[in-house]
Design a protein around this ligand. Sequence first.
Ligand code: ADP
Ligand code: ZN
Ligand code: ZN
Length: 740
Amino acid sequence: MATDPGAVPPNWLQVWVEAGRDGQIFTYANPRGLAVAAGDLVQVRLRGRRQSGLVVQVLTAAPADLAPDSIRPIEQLLQSAAVTPQWQALIEQVARNCHTSTFQTLKSALPAAWLGQRRQQPVRAPRPQWQIEGPLADLADQRLTSAQAALLDAVAAAGGTVPLAELCAAGMHSRAVLAGLERRQLVRRAPLAIGPQQLEAPRHLSPDQAKVLAAISAAAPGSSLLLWGVTGSGKTEVYLQAAQQALQQGRSVLLLSPEIGLIPQLLDRARARFGAAVLEYHSGLADGDRVASWRAALASAAPQVVVGTRSAVFLPLRQLGLIVLDEEHDSSYKQDSPMPCYHARDVARLRAAQDGAVLLLGTATPSLETWLACRQGQTALLELPERIGARPLPPVRLVDMRQELAAGHRRLLSRPLLERLQGVKQRGEQAVVLVPRRGYRSFLSCRSCGTAVLCPNCDVALTVHRSNGGQEWLRCHWCDHRQGCADRCGACGSSAFKPFGAGTQRVMEQLAEDLAELRLLRFDRDSTRGRDGHRQLLDRFAAGEADVLVGTQMLAKGMDLPRVTLAAVLAADGLLHRPDLRAGEQSLQLLLQLAGRAGRGALPGEVLVQTYSPEHPVIQHLVSGRYGAFLAEELELRRRGSLVPFARACLLRLAGPAASATATAAAALAARLQPQVDAAGWCLIGPAPAPVARVAGRSRWQLLLHGPAGSPIPLPQEAELRTCLPAGVGLAIDPDPLAL
Ligand code: ADP
Ligand code: ZN
Ligand code: ZN
C-alpha cells in the first residue's frame, strides 16, 4: 500500500493557547497525522472559539489521564516552525526582565493576532515595488504644469523607466503630481524589475566614515558600539555600508528607526542600495502585510535586510549579523503598554549577544544610559564629529520674547523670525517651524473664575481644534473625547472664555496673517492620518509645494531636505519646564535634532529659538552646540544624586474604575511588596496618584521602586502580584521607565 511520505502516524499535541493572561497548555489530537512539530502554530477550538496556539510538544501516545474521546482534534496547521528554541529563549529572557509572562511576551512579539483568539485576516503577498514608465504619449499637445513636466523629464532622462522609490527619494517629485500623470495616462506603474546594474553604488566614504566602518567590521560578535555623529555627518551611509558587509558575509541586518514617519526615507535608501527584497516591519503596516514580512523572514534562506520600528527587533532573522538602532536616544524605542514594557535597545543587546551580532547605536545626542555604558567600557565609542563636506552646523540665535513684549510686539511670531521667513521666501528656500502642541489653542479657561474646561473623562484640559471652515470644537488628547465649545463655565456659570497657548493650527493662522505670501503645510498627528500620511506630506514639502512646514516634535527627526535653511522653535519653554528627571536631556536632544534639519545641503542654515528663558542651561547648551559638555554636567548631577542611570527604577501603574478602590488596591500592593523591597536594599515610593490621575474614566495610581544600578528588581512574578488586586484593577509593570 502506498503511503503519503509527508504523513506521520496519528499523534497528540500539547498546545499553548490563550486562556487567562499567561495562557494554558491543553492536549489536542492530530488524527490525520499532519506533519506538526513543536514550534508550529495550529488552529484549535477552545470553549467554542477559534484560536491559534503554539505547539509545545508532540506526544506519540494519548495522555493516560484523559479519556481518548474527550480530546478534540486540531483544525489546521497555520504556520510551521513559527518559533525556534533559540527565539523562544530570547522571549523568555525578555519576559523575565519585564516581569511579565512568557505567553504575553510571545503574543506581543509575534505579528498581530498570530497567537490567541483569531480574527479572520487575509494574508497578502508583500506589497510590490513599483517602477514608473513613461512618457506614454506625445507631450507636444499636452498642457503640463512645471512639476508635471519636470517629473516626465526625470523619467525620460532615466531611459523611460525609473524605480518609484528612486523617483521620490530625492524629494524632487511628489506622489500627488505622479498620480495626476497616471490619471492622464502619461505614465504607468509596473512591478519593479531590478537588475544589479540599477542599484545605487556605495558612496566614497570620508576618512572619518571609513575609520568608523573599519571599527564596525573589526567589532567582536555580541558587542555594542555607539556611533556619535553630529546631524548630517553621514551616519546613514555608514549603516548602509556596514549592512553591505554583513550581507557579504551571509548575515542578516536589522535597521531600526524610532518613528514610523522616518521609515519611508530609510526604506527608500535601503532599497536603492540592496533592491526591492528589503523587508519592512512596523505598526503602520496592515496586519496581513506584517504577517507577510514575518513569513518572508522565516522562510528565507538568504540573508535579509529589514527596516522597521521597535517591534521589528523581534523578527526571526536567521544569521543575524548587525542590528542598527538609529536615534538610539529616542523614547519611542520604549514600549509603555501593553506589557511587556521593553526597551528595543535592551532586546537588541540580548539578541546581539545570543546571535553573535554587532549592535550599532547611532545618534547625534546619546542618551545618558548609553553614554554611561561608554564611560564604563561596555560600549565602544565611534565618532563622526563633522558634517559631510565640512559643512558648518547652523548657528543658533535666540529671540528673547520678554524683549519683544517690552518693545510692544505681542505677536506669536517675533520680528526676527518674520524677517528671516521673508528672506527664506525671497531666496526660494524652505523653513521648518516647531510648535510643541497640535490643535488650535492649548486650552480654554473661564474669564471670571479661571477654571479651565476639562475633559469629562480625564484630569486634563481640553484642547481647542478648528476645522478648515473656522468652526471650533474641543478635543481631549488623552482619550479622544470631542465636544462642542462650552457655552457656560462648569464652575461659575459665566459664558466668557479666554483661550490660552498656541498649537500648530494657531501658528499657521498667524503666519498667514503676518506673511500672506508664504505657502504653508502642517505636519502633525492630525494632518498625517492614514497609512502614507507622513510620506505624502513630506513628499509634498520636498517637492516645493510649500515654503514653510509647521509641525510638532515629529518634524525634528531625521528628515534630510537640502533646501531647508531655517529651523525655528516657538515656545521652547513649554519643553524645558516639565517636571521630569529627563526633561533637560530630552528637550536638548529634540532641539539639537531640529537644528540638524537646517543647512544640510550646499546652502548654509540657521536656527532661531523663541524663548522667555534664554539663560536656561538647556538653551545655553543648544547655543554652544556642545552636547558633550551637557552630557558631562548632567552625568555628574545624576551621579551625585544617585539617579538613573546610576540607579534603577521600576514603576507599577494601577488603573481601576473607582478612585477609592484603586487607592486601596495600591496600598495593599505596597504592603505586599514592602518586605521584599526592604530586604533587597531598595526603596518604595508611594503609592501616589499618577501625574494625570484619571484617564478615560479610570483612576490611576502608581508605586515607584528605586534601587542600585545593575541589581535585579525585587518583585514577585506578575501573576502573583495580581492575586492581591481586586478584579477590575489593572496593573502594568514598567521596568526602567522613561518618564519619572
Ligand atoms: P546623518 O544620518 O548623520 O544625519 P546622512 O547619512 O543623512 O547623515 O548624510 C547627510 C548627507 O550627506 C546626505 O544627503 C547624504 O547623502 C550625504 N553623504 C553621506 N555620506 C556621504 C559621502 N561619503 N559622500 C558624499 N555625500 C555623503
Ligand atoms: Zn468660571
Ligand atoms: Zn479625555
